[in-house]
Design a protein around this ligand. Structure first.
Ligand SMILES: Nc1nc2c(c(=O)[nH]1)N[C@H]1C(S)=C(S)[C@@H](COP(=O)(O)O)O[C@H]1N2
Ligand SMILES: [Mo]
Length: 541
């Protein structure tokens, strides 16, 4: 191993230990104060809308992994560089590590809800990296064969680094000069062994701290608090799902919680203990309200199927799901708060600072807009907003479905842009009428004869009136629609196609109860939802 590489690895190991220890400290200081999470969060919030497919996407799980991996790789390269330079010029190490610590601390301090303590994980981690790097660089220098240009004696902030460290190799008590002048193969070998050993110890501490910290942050008291929740019974039960609402070949009519898509900007899932939870309704209201979890559960609860969709869903995509939500109608709470005339926007704020803006009128027009506490018979899963989120039939999630909600501020659209609006998304975004073919899959093969084509169609709060299927450029055939549960849910459909040998394109389009038929015109998800017909290609033979 070359000396430069040893120095670089020393830098990487020192950075890793800083991050690992910071991750552990963040268990106490707040999970969002861990430097990687804090810096990642700043990046998420500040990506220019022009960075396509990234800033313009409403973050899914993969974007987050990519972001954190990318940040870690950049940091690793930086730390490698610091290690290599520090070998010749120690102040670089101090400066480089200080920059790293201060950046992490500032990022953590600027995260929503951060107290002064949020700076500590990054600062303490960085402070620890200094002696770790110094120690590893000394080991690396000692592992250098004699005769190699050795800047080791410029290493330490104290000036000379003597190989006379306690417990060092044979001959280590000798002055540096002797080490340089006498090629002592055994000494170099032993030093290399020690370097590798210490590098391993540092890496283990880093990994251990990181893994333990992440584990502890992820399963805070909230998992058990959620387990202890008993949901109240609804005063109005959901409509019964009619037999036949689910069609063979299409997705399940009710999406199980574990399969429900997840989209949010949170790099770590917010952990909100219901006993600490409050919702404050304030701003342009005559009567500001704050309610606790216990008070919320006292309110009348209803149970409703509502199909939630993400604006980032591509034509044919799966960022959509249908669940049974248990919640209290938000209208009654808003009526009590008594919004002032002109307060046309209800801005919901999550515990992590994320915001969305919903037209106040929509929340009060009588639709089942719920402050939800239950999903498919369970308390909300933590990634889906535990303990409380909003569910508003008919609007894309980014303008309505605030998870981990703690605040509703009545304001004007003219006065406040919610999170995604300055990032290139529309302030108002009703869900567009859409349809999808679930079977056959694109690229599937079938035998000639009867082939079942099936899928889902949705036009939340308007309702689906008709679904049609087209084969190649033939006439549109009306598909058979499964019974509807409500206008706020998707509808499954099927169509029997007599397939002939060859390659065929199947297309679907829906018409809603307003009489609107999906346009063939293809539009990107940004700024207010994709359009176009979903099509699949099938080989028959
Ligand atoms: N706190 C918070 N709530 C949020 C988001 C978010 O980033 N943060 N994303 C919204 C978006 S874009 C969508 S599509 C829905 C998705 O809800 P789900 O993850 O439960 O499917 O949550 C909404 N609520
Ligand atoms: Mo979304």
């Amino acid at each position: 191993m070359r000396t430069t590489i040893r120095a670089g690895l020393s830098g990487v190991a020192a950075a890793a230990v800083a991050l690992g220890v910071a991750e552990l400290l963040a268990v106490v200081a707040g999970a969002r104060s861990a430097p990687l999470i804090a810096v990642g969060g700043v990046v998420v919030d500040h990506v220019p809308p022009a960075v396509k497919d990234f800033g313009i996407s409403v973050f899914g799980v993969h974007d987050k992994t990519a972001l954190l991996t990318g940040t870690a790789i950049l940091l690793g390269l930086y730390a490698y560089g610091v290690g290599v330079l520090a070998r010749r010029w120690w102040p670089v190490a101090i400066g480089g590590i200080a920059v790293f610590g201060v950046l992490g601390a500032v990022a953590a301090l600027t995260r929503p809800g951060a107290g002064a303590g949020a700076a500590l994980p990054a600062l303490i981690g960085a402070a620890l990296a200094v002696p770790v790097l110094r120690h590893l660089l000394r080991r690396a220098a000692a592992a250098q064969p004699a005769g190699t240009p050795a800047p080791a004696d410029t290493l330490s902030p104290g000036g000379t680094v003597s190989p006379a460290q306690p417990g060092s190799a044979p001959g280590s008590a000798a002055p540096a000069v002797r080490e340089r002048s006498l090629p002592d193969v055994a000494y170099v070998e032993e030093s290399r062994r020690r370097f590798v050993r210490d590098l391993g110890i540092v890496a283990a501490v880093a990994a251990g701290g990181g893994i333990a910290g992440r584990w502890l942050s992820d399963r805070g008291a909230v998992t058990s608090a959620r387990g202890a929740v008993t949901l109240p019974a609804p005063i109005a039960a959901a409509p019964v799902v009619p037999a036949g609402a689910q069609v063979t070949g299409a997705v399940p009519y009710v999406t199980p919680n574990r399969d429900f898509y997840r989209i949010d900007t949170a790099l770590i899932t917010p952990q909100v203990d219901p006993s600490d939870w409050t919702l404050r309704i304030h701003g342009m209201v005559r009567n500001p309200i704050t309610i606790t979890w216990a008070e919320l559960l006292q309110r009348p609860m209803v149970e409703r199927y509502v199909t939630l969709a993400c604006v980032s869903n591509d034509v044919g995509g799966d960022l959509i799901g249908n669940a049974l939500w248990l919640g209290t109608p938000i209208k009654a709470l808003l009526d009590e708060a008594d919004p002032l005339p002109g307060a046309d926007q209800a801005v919901q704020r999550s515990v992590d600072g994320w915001t969305c803006g919903t037209p106040t009128a929509v929340l009060r027009d009588g639709r089942d807009a719920l402050l939800a506490v239950g999903m498919n018979g369970e308390p909300l899963p933590v990634p889906h907003g535990f303990p409380v989120r909003m569910i508003v039939p008919g609007l894309y999630g980014y303008v309505s479905a605030c998870k981990w909600i703690t605040e509703i501020e009545l304001t004007r659209f003219a006065d406040f842009d919610a999170y995604w609006v300055p990032r290139g998304w529309a302030a108002q975004a009703p869900i567009k009428t859409q349809s999808r073919i679930d079977t056959p899959r694109d690229g599937a093969t079938r035998h000639p004869g009867e082939v079942v084509v099936a899928g889902v169609a949705w036009a939340q709060h308007r309702g689906v009136a008709k679904v049609e299927v087209q084969v190649d450029d033939g006439p549109w055939a009306v598909a058979s629609l499964a019974p509807a549960v409500s206008d706020d849910t998707w509808r499954e459909w099927k169509h029997s196609w007599t397939a002939t040998p060859g390659k065929h394109v199947l297309r679907v389009r829906a018409t809603d109860l307003d009489g609107y038929t999906q346009t063939s015109e293809q539009a990107y998800p940004a700024p207010d939802g994709a359009t176009g017909w979903h099509e699949v290609t099938v080989s028959v033979g």
